[in-house]
Design a protein around this ligand. Structure first.
Ligand code: AMP
Ligand code: GLY
Length: 449
């Protein structure tokens, strides 16, 4: 697909001053993309991380959940669009607060973000929308949940209803495992309030795909499909993480096929949410399982995926700032037309993209912090985009680790094998004690059942 003609100009009302909320590699990728676009004058990030100063102005004193602080910053800097990265503040109503104060924000209101904030709510909306999911039920009592898991033959999936930082899901091989997961959540308080209600689901088999759409409450435009690698270990082994890497495009779900899936997933969800007075404006993420019986929705997220976004944005061949503002303003299709975009898919480069996450010692358990990092400039010189996450400035200069997922290194190539080679080569330049990464990111092209 061709690049957009610059001469066409930007749609009126395109934001020039943008604030991105969050501090991870996803938010760094968003700031990187926005900062490079014509018409965007200044990009701020709060609280951000020190690596983001390459593309944005940091406001580390403003926390993502600090509503009054965010509003004060938006007013002081004349922010025309706030882009909310993580799910926590969305579910907590950050966008509601900003909108009430007259500040335009990209992301759903609390009522619409509930599609991620409660898995039981997501299942209800999907059922009403006719969106296919695994069979499942929600429970607050362990006895009934165990009985249902037994009806499913023990091979099932147990999920905390609420937000659990990607760790609330147990994929079980047998009833003993399911019963332990059920009791841990409902009786042991393993996930706190998020696990006082659980969902027990039929366990589906297939390859997973993430399909993310920009939505304005009514209409949706698709990013290409990406695939996350959720387990810590190579060959998809070991415990789940927030995501150890991602790639796009998917050989088994080409970009056009991904866009066609909006008709089965995002659009019906949008119709039902709007009908219930909770129109969804933001990034609606469908976590899909491509089963032998067709795609099924595993989860809906109310935001961009991490690390999918780091792999996807370098492929995007359209200006994000006016599109995000159009989602917030409810006029996505008109803006897309002004940008020369027609059809359900956003224009993308044909090249493949691979994103490799580097994690700290101890992750996904409690990560060790304070390990001195080296080689970020070398990774960039080797052609990698380096997006920072759990890292901090070292007192004497340079950086130290400061969280579980430390950074993401992304590279593109004419095809997936070459993009993977480039991404791993660049990532290998970054060194710190205890560093964990998966050498099979982008090289394990579908996850067999
Ligand atoms: P979720 O947070 O609901 O996406 O679940 C996290 C991960 O658990 C998914 O990416 C899948 O790998 C797995 N998972 C969730 N639901 C199911 C299911 N019904 N069948 C099989 N695996 C699942
Ligand atoms: N990559 C999974 C997520 O963002 O939820």
């Amino acid at each position: 697909m061709s690049a957009l003609p610059a001469a066409r100009g930007l749609p009126p009302g395109s934001p020039q001053r943008i604030l991105v909320l969050g501090s991870g590699a996803r938010e760094h990728a968003l700031a990187w993309k926005l900062a490079a676009e014509p018409g965007v004058e200044r990009v701020f990030v709060a609280p951000g991380n020190p690596l983001m100063t390459d593309v944005a102005e940091l406001r580390p004193e403003v926390a993502v959940g600090d509503g009054p602080g965010v509003l004060a910053l938006a007013r002081a800097e004349g922010i025309e669009l706030v882009v909310v990265g993580p799910e926590g503040p969305l579910v907590d109503g950050t966008v509601d607060g900003l909108e009430a104060a007259g500040v335009r924000a990209f992301g759903p209101t609390a009522a619409a973000a509930r599609i991620e904030g409660s898995k039981a709510f997501c299942r209800r909306v999907a059922a009403e929308a006719g969106v296919p999911m695994a069979a499942g039920e929600h429970f607050e009592k362990a006895g009934a949940a165990v009985a249902y898991a037994a009806r499913l033959g023990g091979r099932c999936v147990v999920k905390a209803d609420g937000l659990a930082a990607g760790k609330g899901v147990t994929v079980c091989d047998d009833l003993a495992e399911a019963e332990a997961a059920i009791r841990d959540a409902l009786e042991g308080g393993a996930f706190g309030a998020a696990g006082r209600r659980i969902v027990v689901e039929e366990r589906l088999e297939g390859a997973e795909a993430s399909v993310i759409a920009l939505c304005d409450g009514q209409h949706a435009l698709a990013l290409p499909a990406a695939r996350d690698h959720k387990r810590i270990g190579e060959g998809d082994t070991g415990p789940n993480t927030g995501g150890m890497g991602a790639y796009s495009p998917l050989p088994d779900l080409p970009d056009e096929a991904a866009a066609a899936l909006l008709e089965r997933f995002q659009r019906p969800l949008l119709r039902v949410l709007a009908r219930h007075g909770a129109p969804f404006r933001g990034a609606l993420y469908g976590g899909l399982m491509l089963t032998a019986d067709g795609p099924r929705l595993l989860e809906a997220n109310a935001r961009f995926g991490d690390p999918e976004t780091q792999a996807l944005l370098p492929r995007l061949d359209a200006p994000l700032a006016p599109l995000l503002a159009a989602c917030a303003g409810g006029h996505l299709l008109a803006t897309a037309r002004e940008l020369g975009i027609d059809g359900p898919a956003l224009p993308v480069r044909a090249e493949a993209s691979v994103a490799v996450v580097l994690a700290a010692a101890g992750y996904p358990g409690t990560p060790r912090t304070g390990d001195v990092m080296q080689g970020i400039e070398q990774a960039r010189a080797a052609g990698g985009l380096v997006f920072g996450a759990g890292m901090a400035a070292a007192p004497g200069g340079g950086h130290v680790t400061a969280g579980g997922r430390v950074l993401t290194v992304v590279a593109m190539g004419p095809d997936l094998p070459r993009a993977a080679d480039a991404a791993h080569a660049a990532a290998s330049e970054v060194r710190f004690e205890g560093r964990q990464s998966r050498a099979d990111i982008g090289r394990r092209l579908a996850v067999p059942a």
